[in-house]
Design a protein around this ligand. Structure first.
Ligand code: HEC
Ligand code: HEC
Length: 265
């Protein structure tokens, strides 16, 4: 009789231990955490999307582009920044809550401009988004920023193919994948000649652009891409964002220019 009781106790203890082990097994725990963070990012993508029929969508994509690559703010001449950005990763190192704060309280956190085009989203300050939605967007944008920071450390070969990849990731949202134009002009012949007519914001430095291009195309492209607004339009926004070295490495820029020089029609 005693022995039977002991048997039951031992078997029960073993069963409990197995269940406990199964639940707390480190590999299974991290699997579950990975799945949870995947689910959170997938939800973030839904909230980010410009989907008018999905009530949970905040339509961040309306300004930041379908994939967060940046684009024009509708109805203004201003630009919403690219969110695949190593500079955001840098800000996160200084303030781990940076992305969460910008989304919660708006563009004022970025620029100090209380009239920033980017509104506040948190219900705490009268915005439309719940804590869950903001957490999901934070996970999404943080992932993009970290990926960009990792990529920006990898060397990029100075080839037209590598430059083409940079173009697709950074420029195609405005100039189209085949360079035929959209928000920005058609640049399919940019290896042969500048576009001087029909530009959305005719730059005040157009003569200088032509002179620089005639003298040394690489120097022209560097100045234009790094900061067209200050280098060729006296500080007035051209409609093309600046790409400082913190956002587009020298390697990436060189490869991109190599690619642009091959574009001749
Ligand atoms: C009406 C246009 C608009 C919408 C909609 C919008 N943004 Fe923005 N966003 C901007 C602008 C413009 C800035 C730059 C703010 C500034 O400098 O004042 C910005 C800045 C940001 C930044 C900081 C970027 C950096 O480089 O530091 C993040 C992150 C961001 N937005 C995320 C979002 C998310 C997530 C949503 C959706 C909930 C969203 N934005 C919706 C226009 C918009
Ligand atoms: C947010 C939209 C946007 C993005 C992103 C963008 N551009 Fe532009 N780009 C423009 C606009 C708008 C113009 C015309 C500027 C003007 O009207 O003054 C332009 C003009 C140009 C020109 C000059 C055309 C000429 O001959 O006068 C070049 C070259 C160019 N872009 C290359 C690029 C490259 C390379 C990238 C990626 C690193 C890029 N652009 C990303 C909007 C964009």
């Amino acid at each position: 009789m005693r022995l039977k009781t002991l048997g039951v106790v031992v078997v029960t203890a073993l069963a409990l231990f197995t269940v406990f082990y199964w639940v707390s097994d480190p590999s299974r725990l991290s699997e579950r955490q990975a799945q949870a963070s995947k689910d959170l990012i997938a939800y973030g993508e839904r909230v980010f999307a410009n989907n008018k029929t999905d009530a949970s969508a905040a339509q961040c994509a309306r300004c930041h582009g379908d994939n967060g690559q940046g684009g024009p703010v509708p109805g203004t001449k201003n630009l919403a920044p690219n969110l695949h950005s190593a500079s955001i990763a840098k800000k996160l190192k200084v303030n781990p809550d940076y992305v969460h704060e910008v989304i919660s309280y708006g563009g004022v956190v970025v620029s100090g401009n209380v009239n920033s085009d980017m509104p506040a989203w948190s219900t705490d300050v009268g915005g439309p988004l719940t804590v869950q939605q903001i957490d999901a967007l934070t996970a999404l944008v943080t992932g993009w920023a970290e990926e960009a920071a990792t990529q920006s450390q990898a060397p990029v070969a100075n080839t037209a193919d590598a430059g083409h990849q940079v173009f697709l990731a950074r420029c195609a949202s405005c100039h189209a994948a085949d360079l035929s134009g959209g928000v920005g002009p058609n640049i399919q012949n940019i290896g042969n000649a500048l576009v001087t007519t029909g530009l959305p914001v005719p730059p005040s430095g157009l003569k200088q652009m032509q002179a620089d291009y005639a003298k040394d195309k690489k120097t022209f492209f560097t100045q234009w891409i790094r900061d067209s607004t200050n280098n060729y339009n006296g500080g007035t926004a051209t409609g093309m964002p600046a790409f400082p070295a913190s956002d587009l490495t020298d390697d990436q820029l060189q490869a991109l220019i190599t690619f642009l020089l091959t574009q001749k029609k």
